[in-house]
Design a binder for this molecule. Structure first.
Ligand code: LMR
Length: 352
């Protein structure tokens, strides 16, 4: 039997988590033979609800669920964590953009970054889901000077899955036969869901869809899908977000499928001319806990314009949180450049 790993999760009594925790406990996130310790974190007012969820988890008698502990202080809940999933944040309501949440949410992510730096396992992998996810991840990462920026990621796998599902539905293909979709940029309505390199049954996707459907409908549909779900449900996506989290972490830990790549928002190393240091979604391949940006893709003028628009939005969000971003230290520069040397981000690329 493997040694259990510790997973710290915020927003643990929230609706995304209600779908997520049971998947983690059955081994969907890491491996079917990997025992897990759940360190569930909530605000004090939600602790009763969290206790109820812990009871339900216990009542499922999951063989892989080693133990559960509940915390109302982030600093305690994150101790020794190998994986940290930051879901807790104020959600947006109908008619809002995610960037409107910056003032309400970003400061908490900066302080969570400090606590992760101090208390989590040195090889921790962090996924930010709370919105605006890219900029929150930037705040967390920049406040964790002893860790590599490469250890902090934000979720665009939900957008990636949306693009795959909607393309499958449009073409009649099975989602598993659709590959090489890319989400570039911000998890916002400026993101660019790119089908320029995608394939369906091994053939270019763009030869199987109408160009005007792609340009005039598909792109906007993916960009605004989160808002459409909120409009229809009266609250944000939950089960699909949980599925995105499972897919993101699973592939980061275990590797991407052959002949495919996935989208992850990660610190930019300047690839494709994107400003260094922002958290931007790229096409990546993962392999045993590492990830690498897919290089050498041809970028059309159409794509370049969209990639730049979402980059500009992230740069402007970064300005908004400037007060929360301590000046980069010598150590964090080294952390990033060690990763860049081989073009790979290694979990061990941090300097103590
Ligand atoms: C989503 O994309 O569904 C989530 O980020 C929630 C939201 O505010 O859209």
């Amino acid at each position: 039997m493997k040694r259990p790993v510790k997973i710290a999760i915020t927003g643990a009594a929230g609706s995304v988590c209600y779908s997520l925790l049971f998947k983690i406990a059955t081994g969907e996130m890491i491996d079917r033979d990997q025992p897990v310790i759940l360190q569930l974190i909530e605000v004090p007012e939600a602790m009763d609800a969290l206790r109820g969820i812990a009871m339900e988890l216990e009542d499922c008698a999951f063989p892989l669920l080693h133990s559960i502990s509940l915390y109302d202080k982030f600093e305690e809940g994150v101790v020794g964590a190998h994986y940290v999933l930051l879901l807790g944040a104020k959600p947006r309501g109908p008619g809002m953009e995610r960037s409107e949440l910056i003032a309400a949410n970003a400061p908490a992510f900066a302080s969570q970054g400090r606590a992760i730096n101090q208390f989590a396992n040195r090889d921790v992998k962090v996924l930010v889901v709370g919105n605006p996810a890219n900029t929150n991840a930037l705040c967390a990462s920049r406040n964790a000077p002893d860790l590599s920026p490469a250890q902090f990621t934000a979720l665009t796998r939900l957008d990636h899955n949306r693009a795959r599902g909607i393309l499958a539905n449009h073409t009649g293909a099975n989602p598993k036969d659709i590959r090489r979709i890319t989400i570039w940029g911000n998890h916002s309505n400026t993101q660019f869901p790119d089908l320029g390199h995608a394939t369906i049954y091994g053939e270019p996707a763009m030869s199987q869809v109408d160009e005007s459907w792609y340009r005039d409908h598909f792109i906007e549909k993916i960009q605004k899908r989160g808002a459409a779900v909120i409009e229809a449900r009266g609250r944000s996506s939950a089960a699909s977000a949980a599925q995105g989290v499972i897919n993101h972490m699973h592939d980061w830990i275990n590797g991407t499928a052959e002949n495919d790549w996935v989208s992850m928002a990660i610190v930019s190393d300047g690839s494709y001319g994107i400003a260094k240091g922002i958290i931007y979604s790229f096409p990546v391949r993962c392999d045993y806990g590492r990830y690498q940006i897919v290089q050498g893709l041809e970028i059309s003028d159409f794509a370049r314009e969209k990639m730049t628009a979402t980059e500009q939005e992230l740069l402007s969000e970064m300005k908004t949180v400037a007060d929360l971003l301590p000046k980069e230290t010598e150590a964090s520069h080294q952390n990033l450049s060690v990763g860049l040397r081989s073009g790979q981000y290694l979990q061990t690329d941090r300097v103590r």
